[in-house]
Write a protein that binds this ligand. Structure first.
Ligand code: GLN
Length: 309
């Protein structure tokens, strides 16, 4: 890459490509057109966005130009940026994602944060709310693991945990395994193809899940963005009747799989807090049950602390 001299070169700078791509993505209705253009160009050039900012006059090579043009065509058709770059950051770690997996969402970090807080406090404090889990090793099952972002992050931060990651989709499990290897935690995680908690044979200390919970009638554009609706796996989104059928089945199975003093965490939709709380109370009548909001203040997480005895 050198400095521009001719008009042709001026049209072919980092700055010129970003400007044109931003205009196209704005017209296509993308939410963050400038950021998307920058992330995609940085990816093509194998640089970071800071480099782009400091090299607006750099000239693209022919191969870079054509790769970037293809990415912008696909992004214009509203393909998610994460599927184009093949990765997404979650809880400070980078995850491989493909159209076989849901793209990790920032709101799911609430589930991970809650799980980590509870696991570390119940492991270290003797006056903890969960005295039954005063042990050095414990077991977690992640239901519907997808890219594995929850299971891998928990494994990374809880080196003593044994984790089972379950998914219906063999292709999602392959990605989850790849992510576990990438982050050096594959030995801690068992990957199992199956339906919800069916593969669980022994009581576990913690059940975590980001199940599909979208109401099928909402899986239409523009209620759901084209990025989600046209590209992300329906299996990971469509929650069945009222968006609650999968959560209901999970709650029906959970009491037979969860240790006394154990915890169940399930991500839910913003309008599902009250109904999910009632469903959970019916299955866990003696448990402490809360619905926690995400950073946007929307109901996002069911927290069930199982009775201790
Ligand atoms: N939060 C996701 C969305 O709004 C839904 C994820 C899910 O169903 N688990 O698209």
């Amino acid at each position: 890459m050198t400095e521009p001299h001719t008009t042709e070169e001026t049209n072919n700078t980092v700055q010129a490509h970003i400007t044109r791509a931003r205009q196209r993505l704005t017209a296509a209705g993308c939410d963050t057109p400038k950021l998307d253009a920058e992330v995609l160009l940085a990816h093509v050039l194998r640089r970071d966005r800071t480099w782009l900012m400091s090299h607006p006059e750099a000239i693209l090579a022919e191969a870079e130009r054509s790769t970037f043009a293809k990415f912008i065509d696909r992004r214009e058709a509203r393909e998610p940026v994460a599927y184009l770059t093949g990765s997404k950051a979650f809880y400070g770690l980078d995850f491989v994602v493909t159209p076989d997996t849901l793209i990790p969402r920032p709101e799911t970090e609430l589930l991970v944060e809650t799980a980590l807080q509870w696991a570390t406090s119940s492991l270290t404090s003797s006056s903890s709310e969960s005295p039954k889990i005063q042990k050095s090793k414990y077991s977690i099952v992640d239901v519907g693991t997808g890219s594995g972002c929850i299971a891998v992050t928990l494994a990374k931060y809880l080196p003593e945990a044994h984790i089972m990651a379950v998914d219906m989709s063999a292709s999602a499990l392959a990605i989850a395994r790849q992510n576990a290897e990438r982050h050096g935690v594959a030995a801690q995680i068992k990957f199992v193809q199956g339906d919800l908690l069916a593969p669980v044979e022994k009581l576990v200390d913690m059940i975590v899940s980001n199940p599909p919970y979208v109401h099928p009638e909402e899986l239409v554009t523009p209620v759901t963005s084209p990025e989600v609706n046209h590209y992300e796996p329906r299996l990971a989104l469509d929650g069945g009747v009222e968006g609650l059928a999968v959560i209901q089945r999970l709650l029906a199975q959970a009491p037979d799989c969860l240790e006394l003093g154990g915890m169940l965490l399930v991500e839910i939709g913003a309008t599902q807090g009250n109904v999910v709380k009632k469903l959970a109370q019916a299955k866990f009548p003696a448990a402490t049950i809360d619905i926690e909001p995400d950073l946007a203040g929307l109901d996002r997480l069911l927290v069930v602390k199982n009775r201790v005895d």
